[in-house]
Design a protein. Structure first.
Length: 398
């Protein structure tokens, strides 16, 4: 009888312990119960917590859902991709050079002495701004003649046609016009001549005059010193607009034949890439390199390019290849190093899609991996990528 009671008590304790063990599995025996509950409530995989019960996800959110306000603030734009053609990529070394069509040289037209400089090397100047003051014996004689003929013309006009003969009147006009044309030809501007004539004094004919800038730009060179005597044609200064430069890409004659004017190009400067356009091509070979120079026009708003700088150039050739062509900014590197774009699966929701880049020319890429008609992020891809890396949004939080 005593043994029967002992057996009954043991069975009761064992049964109770089993019940507790099962209930503990649903709550917190080493956190396993939380893992299963978390899987049911939040959709994470079982085992998302470690043995110590600390939180941690095994996989991150693989898409992003953005509101219209978020897309607008991040500057996100989309496009529907289509099959297009993209020319071959022709690679060549290049050298930055001044845009000759946006450059001017400042030279005297007569022998003169440099009296004063008004700007210095590297200064930015405006069109019509005074650059240098010169003095010339020829200019002094021309100025004196202008003042004398101007006085004579005023005199005959004041006397009138009834007193002055027609011949004298015409001669005074011709003499004045010739003297005026001479000082203009020597380098005086209309404004400078008007200021001289207002004095009405031949003693003011000092021979001094100013050379002005023909354009907005930067002083690239100033090869003179004050007091120097210079001859006609001597380049005192060179002014250039460096906001739009040329890159001379050196191509073989065969490569040059596959390039057309207006083709897009990319210029590598260090780690940066700048977009450009083929503006012109030479038709004579360089005697030393036996190459042809193709001028790629490149915008330089931040003054990062400088004449004489060596760069690498990629130009789009005439040979075309068909495929999905997307903007350069639409393609990003994934964490594993693969290329990817962000596809809009439903309005406002974006998910990465791995693609293969076939070639890059200018600001466009030829890719494969997505069909025509797919909507992708064309601007703001970096923002979408960074947000996905964070693990999701409040509006789409797992």
């Amino acid at each position: 009888m005593k043994n029967a009671w002992i057996l009954l008590a043991a069975l009761s304790l064992t049964s109770t312990g089993l019940v507790f063990a099962e209930e503990g599995h649903d709550h917190n025996e080493e956190g396993h119960g939380q893992e299963e509950k978390g899987h049911d409530d939040g959709g994470h995989e079982k085992g998302g917590h470690d043995e110590g019960g600390h939180g941690g996800h095994d996989e991150k959110t693989s898409d992003a859902e953005l509101s219209e306000t978020q897309r607008r603030m991040a500057g996100i734009e989309t496009l529907v991709v289509t099959r297009q053609s993209l020319g071959e990529a022709i690679r060549a070394p290049g050298e930055v050079m001044l845009n000759a069509y946006r450059s001017t040289r400042v030279t005297p037209r007569i022998p003169a002495q440099v009296m004063k400089r008004h700007v210095f090397l590297g200064d930015r100047v405006k069109k019509g701004q005074a650059l240098v003051t010169l003095s010339s014996v020829e200019m002094a004689e021309a100025q004196g003649a202008l003042l004398e003929t101007e006085v004579e013309l005023r005199r005959v006009k004041k006397l009138g046609r009834k007193v002055v003969s027609e011949r004298r009147y015409v001669a005074a006009q011709i003499a004045y016009q010739q003297a005026y044309a001479k000082v203009r030809a020597y380098g005086m501007t209309q404004k400078q001549i008007d200021a001289l004539l207002k004095t009405g004094d031949a003693a003011r004919a000092t021979g001094e005059f100013r050379l002005l800038s023909f354009q907005d730009g930067t002083v690239i060179s100033d090869d003179f010193v004050v007091g120097e005597l210079v001859e006609p044609g001597h380049v005192l200064m060179q002014i250039s607009d460096e906001s739009l430069l040329w890159v001379a890409a050196r191509l073989t004659p065969e490569e040059s034949a596959r390039v057309q004017l207006g083709a897009s190009a990319r210029v590598q400067v260090g780690q940066r890439w700048l977009n450009g356009t083929v503006a012109q091509a030479r038709h004579t070979l360089d005697e030393a390199t036996r190459t042809l120079a193709v001028h790629v026009e490149v915008a330089n708003p931040d003054d990062s390019l400088h004449p004489g700088q060596f760069v690498s150039v990629i130009i789009e050739g005439k040979r075309k290849q068909e495929g999905i062509v997307v903007p350069l900014a639409a393609v990003m590197r994934a964490v594993d190093g693969d290329w990817q774009v962000f596809v809009e699966s439903v309005p406002g929701r974006f998910e990465p899609k791995e693609v293969e880049v076939l070639q890059t020319v200018g600001d466009r890429m030829l890719i494969e991996g997505i069909p025509a008609g797919t909507t992708i992020v064309s601007k703001g891809a970096f923002f979408v990528q960074s947000e996905i890396a964070k693990g999701g949004f409040e509006v789409h939080n797992h």
